[in-house]
Design a protein around this ligand. Sequence first.
Ligand SMILES: [Mg+2]
Length: 222
Amino acid sequence: MPAPRAVLVDIGETLFAEQPMDRRAAADALVADPRFAPHLPDADALEAAQPDRPGAWSVLGWLRGMLPEALAVEAELLVWEAGVRMTPMPGARDALAALRSASVPVGAVSNTRFSGRAWQHVMEARDLAVDFVVSSADLGARKPDPAIFRAALGRLRLPPGDVWFVGDSWERDVRGAAAAGLLPVRFGKGPPPPRPHPPCAVACDWPAFVAFWKSAGPRRVS
Ligand SMILES: [Mg+2]
């Protein structure tokens, strides 16, 4: 497998280990903030309005229905900081730094309730900066829909065969990326699915990914 001209990465259980969203903490933080409280219902209503399985639901879209635009953007960051319980995966920072030092562009592609702008903000604050984030909440398409992979390729201005996609989900990441023509790297230690799956590389963790990337052949000229 030749070295990639760019790398796309999943966020949940790939860049960050995640636990379920604490919607109560997010609601409490919103009503405790004097910038937002005058515009909002009580914390019980704010907690109940956040779906358990968000699908295409968007935190920013929800907040825009209650707050002026500039406040909605600020409130989305507060919801992330108060409600999200994610910690960087071991080795993720070093892997991103290694790709950056080799001038390999990196984008994140996530099925998420948060906007790409919010993700870029919180990732930069945690020394996990990427060049861009393609968020399902912004796009209205979720992995494995090829549309979300095409959106990321459009940001890169690269053909899919020059790009690796690193993610933990066989269905959303490996199958989705393969169907869009990217080269999937399955991340993590979980077993393979029982049914046939597309050809892919496997990296059990970020140090293994870096070793695999460094062992790849010369980058193609196109
Ligand atoms: Mg994931």
